[in-house]
Design a protein around this ligand. Structure first.
Ligand code: SF4
Length: 57
């Protein structure tokens, strides 16, 4: 996204089945490539991650 992705804004590259459309692409942003899931924030699955992120708002 040209000017960065504001919080609570869905990434333009996130597909309807919650996958990254750029995952295998060299165009995938460096910050995304280097981001590693942390169980403290990401939990064990999508629902847990959503619950944790929502609790941080
Ligand atoms: S990994 Fe990065 S580019 Fe891919 S959907 Fe997530 S925020 Fe967007």
């Amino acid at each position: 996204m040209e000017n960065g992705k504001p919080k609570n804004v869905r990434c333009l590259h996130l597909t309807s089945n919650m996958l990254c459309a750029l995952f295998e692409s060299p165009q995938r942003p460096k910050v995304c490539h280097e981001c590693k899931a942390d169980p403290v924030f990401c939990g064990k699955n999508f629902d847990e991650a959503l619950e944790i992120f929502n609790s941080l708002e």
